[in-house]
Design a protein around this ligand. Structure first.
Ligand code: UDX
Length: 444
């Protein structure tokens, strides 16, 4: 089938590459000429396991091409995916400027029947706005072309994007038109394995489903972080509590890991946007607002522990930092807890020696060269001459460090662990002071 994808960001590129890999012919349109050029060289401008090989292979075999030419895109695909960014506005609402620009472009150029699919995470009611923008553009031209608008939210996780796309838990299709549902069903057939994973529903329910999924997951995390703080105060161990509750199949073990807060491009933005949508509809979403507040507070827990450890004075101190990305297997630093920690440390006069297996380049892009940030070649190098060590991302390679060497490298053998990677008693025996999340500090 012929498919056009507007937007070659995270969701757009994964969508385009996976559809091309399934044998479709895909044109990916982006307004950013440099990005189009980079992609046409087979280079993916962000880190996602397996994606660059997939882009290169399909590009070379002629099933995937990149262009800035919207007319080429509109004339190519029966399916026109909108996968451009929806950045948060000042008030937390999702900014639909780019989505509606694409709708306007399609409406200005379209000559034959098209299925326009909103893939970006967009607030309830966006499909209607997209339809209005398409019709307004058609009217300007005095044309009438049949177009269907479908909501088809994307649930992929960074770091596992390809397998999430090609082996999805569910494929949500929001449309009131049975014929469009059938077209979408045929399009997704290669990814609809074992049992039928396609869920067809009305457009608004589909749009809300995406926010509901992310808000539910974010709520689980904030719930655990809230409890972690209680556990610490009452002398309980949140890791024991986690196992105790996870064994109930109604709760389950997934997404109940306490930590130093959630980040990334989805949870923070989507929870805020849902709070905004709710309030616009006349409902104050108290629970969701609390989920966000708890998360912001949680991102400061490591800093507060470090500050207290040094009696409130961090001037001239150096903190080694392991992990910069918002989670392992990505170089994405959006809303990463590491940023809150580093910025608070710098503000207090401390400096940072950081290491992340893939996010160093991204960090340099955000913060540039600065005297109070050293980007180190490996995890041990980050500890050299640092006072203490803080951990914010649970990369596998941080799980079994050589503690004897760390003790020699750090001025004080002290670890502030935002992801509960180690057994506190083991660290105490090794001679460390160890602060973690929702467990009493040991060795302090
Ligand atoms: C998320 C959703 O999982 C995905 O379905 C949606 O399409 C986009 O948003 P992603 O942002 O890539 O995906 O990351 P995810 O793996 O969900 O992690 C989000 C954040 O939550 C990370 O900062 C992670 O460290 C944190 N987290 C996750 C916890 O703190 N505890 C947990 O138990 C799980």
């Amino acid at each position: 089938m012929d498919i056009t994808v507007f937007g070659s960001g995270y969701v757009g590129l994964v969508t385009a590459a996976c559809f091309a890999d399934a044998g479709n012919t895909v044109v990916c349109v982006d307004v950013d000429a440099r990005r189009v050029e980079t992609l046409s060289r087979g280079e993916v401008p962000f880190y996602e396991p397996g994606l660059d090989q997939m882009v290169r292979a399909n590009f070379q075999q002629g099933r995937l091409r990149f262009t800035t030419d919207a007319a080429e895109g509109v004339s190519h695909g029966l399916f026109q995916f909108i996968a451009v960014g929806t950045p948060p506005g000042e008030d937390g609402s999702a900014d639909l400027k780019y989505v509606l620009q694409v709708a306007d472009t399609i409406g200005s150029l379209v000559t034959d029947y098209r299925v326009v699919v909103t893939k970006s995470t967009v607030p309830v009611g966006t499909a209607d706005k997209v339809r209005e923008a398409l019709l307004a553009a058609l009217q300007r031209r005095g044309e009438s072309v049949e177009i269907d608008v479908v909501s088809n939210p994307e649930f992929l996780k960074e770091g596992a994007a390809i397998s999430d796309f090609t082996k999805p838990d569910r494929i949500v299709i929001g449309t009131d038109n049975p014929r469009t549902a059938e077209l979408m069903r045929a399009l997704y057939a290669p990814f609809n394995h074992n049992h039928d994973r396609i869920v067809v529903m009305d457009v608004r329910s589909s749009e809300l489903t995406k926010y509901a999924a992310n808000a539910m997951l974010a709520t689980r995390i904030s719930f655990m972080n809230e409890l972690a703080n209680v556990a610490e105060k009452v002398g309980a161990d949140i890791e024991k509590v986690r196992i105790g509750i996870g064994s109930d199949p109604r709760i389950g073990y997934h997404f109940i890991y306490p930590g130093c807060g959630y980040g990334g491009s989805c949870f923070p933005k989507d929870v805020k946007a849902l709070v905004h949508t709710a309030s616009e509809s006349g409902h104050a979403a108290a629970l969701l607002a609390a989920v966000e507040d708890v998360n912001q507070r949680q991102k400061r827990v490591l800093f507060e522990n470090i500050r207290k450890h040094f009696g409130g004075d961090l001037k001239g101190r150096t903190v080694a930092l392991w992990g910069l990305a918002f989670k392992p297997n990505t170089d994405d630093m959006r809303e990463a807890s590491s940023r809150v920690l580093m910025e608070a440390l710098w503000e207090s006069g401390a400096s940072v020696r950081a290491f992340d297996p893939v996010a160093m380049h991204e960090t340099r892009k955000i913060y540039g060269e600065r005297a109070d940030l050293a980007l180190c070649d490996n995890a041990e190098a980050a500890c050299e001459g640092a006072d203490v060590l803080a951990i914010v991302t649970e990369w596998k390679q941080f799980r079994s460090p050589n503690f004897e060497r760390l003790k020699k490298l750090l001025k004080q053998p002290t670890i502030f662990d935002g992801r509960n990677l180690y057994d506190p008693q083991l660290l105490r025996r090794q001679g460390f002071a160890y602060y973690s999340i929702g467990r009493a500090p040991v060795g302090v």
